[in-house]
Design a protein around this ligand. Structure first.
Ligand SMILES: Cc1ncc(C[n+]2csc(CCOP(=O)(O)OP(=O)(O)O)c2C)c(N)n1
Ligand SMILES: [Mg+2]
Length: 333
């Protein structure tokens, strides 16, 4: 009989990695809670596409990445930003349009860019992040840096031409890129099967000669494993991977979305299987931390988030004269 114990242990995140995933997910969940509260109260006026319900995907991916690896994401990207390490104060100030924000208050939530932690592009144009990610990965390749680029997008984006063009080129050029499709079953108000011709988006990888996997993105262990394998492949110069991470968004497409187009009970069923709660239960069951430890961690994060929000509200708006700064690269001689 083969002893699979050692293999099983190595094939799962250890206690430290699970706690790291939990801390990143908690930062996202608590930031989301506060952002929705301040927007609903009228204190903050901003577009917001809540990623709540999808947090395990970015947290389990981020613990497999280095600080200098690149992340590209979309308008529903706060989870990707925080998981990769965008500081809370810089994120909140950008949401509030203040000069202290990641993009000096000129980008807003749909364009968060924070090169210090590898968050290079956030875009509101569906599907547009994928060719940009290829460009970043191509740059890393010609500079011979072993850096990985992850590009996040939705199920709807997989029907855009740029998705197909990008997968083709990434495969052809063996780019160190990971295409991470967060399949939350809806594209705006369009249910998955009304807009997508294939049952599993990961099957599209076959057309581009790259591995494609579908995982439960709400399961920290499954997601961690898929992320680890894709990162190792890209880092070793073996080329791209398409990961389809199945998930569900808890708050509709945008703030105020009444969700009347959803099937009855669909949202409630997903919320009962809250991935954040499931991870907490797993950690406690494995003895990696106690309930009290996790509550203390969350209390500390809550304080940090409150401080970041207060900092953002008190910060200054950019001066009108700054509007044209940082728009074009300065001429290089
Ligand atoms: C090129 C383009 N077409 C249409 C839109 C309008 N739009 C914004 S979000 C969205 C849905 C995208 O769904 P999906 O890719 O599944 O991402 P999710 O919002 O579910 O995270 C659409 C159609 C857009 N922003 N860009
Ligand atoms: Mg979607």
């Amino acid at each position: 009989m083969t002893d699979t114990t050692a293999h099983a242990a190595a094939d799962e995140p250890d206690a430290g990695a699970l706690l790291d995933i939990y801390k990143r997910a908690a930062t996202i969940v608590l930031t989301d809670e506060k952002l929705r509260a301040v927007i609903r109260s009228g204190r903050l006026s901003t577009p917001y596409y809540s990623p709540r319900g999808q947090e395990i995907i970015s947290a389990a991916m981020a613990v497999n990445l280095r600080k200098d690896d690149y992340v590209v994401t979309i308008y529903r990207g706060m989870h990707d930003h925080l998981a990769k390490g965008v500081p809370l104060k810089d994120l909140w100030a950008e949401y509030a349009g203040k000069a202290a924000g990641s993009c000096k208050g000129k980008g807003g939530p749909m364009h968060i860019t924070h090169p210090d932690v590898g968050v290079l592009v956030t875009t509101g144009i569906v599907g547009s992040g994928l060719p940009i990610a290829n460009g970043l990965a191509w740059a890393s390749k010609i500079r011979q840096e072993d850096r990985v680029t992850v590009t996040n997008f939705g199920d709807g984006a997989s029907n855009i031409g740029a998705f197909h063009e990008s997968l083709n080129m990434a495969s052809l050029w063996k780019l160190p890129v990971i295409f991470l499709c967060q399949n939350n079953r809806y594209a705006e108000h369009t249910r998955y099967d009304k807009g997508t011709s294939i049952e599993r988006i990961s099957d599209r990888a076959v057309s581009y000669s790259m591995p494609g996997v579908t995982v439960n993105g709400n399961d920290a262990i499954e997601m961690w494993r898929a992320a680890r394998d894709a990162v190792a492949r890209a880092r070793a110069g073996e080329g791209p991977t398409l990961i389809e991470a199945n998930t569900f968004r808890f708050h509709g497409h945008h703030m105020g979305d009444s969700g009347e187009y959803m099937a009855k009970g669909e949202l409630e069923a997903a919320m009962i299987r809250d991935p954040f709660v499931a991870l907490r239960q797993l950690i406690v069951a494995r003895g990696a931390a106690s309930d009290a430890d996790l509550t203390a961690m969350e209390d500390a994060l809550r304080t940090e988030i409150d401080e970041a929000a207060a900092y953002a509200f008190a910060a200054k708006y950019p001066e009108p004269e700054e509007a044209l700064e940082d728009v074009y690269a300065s001429a290089v001689s």
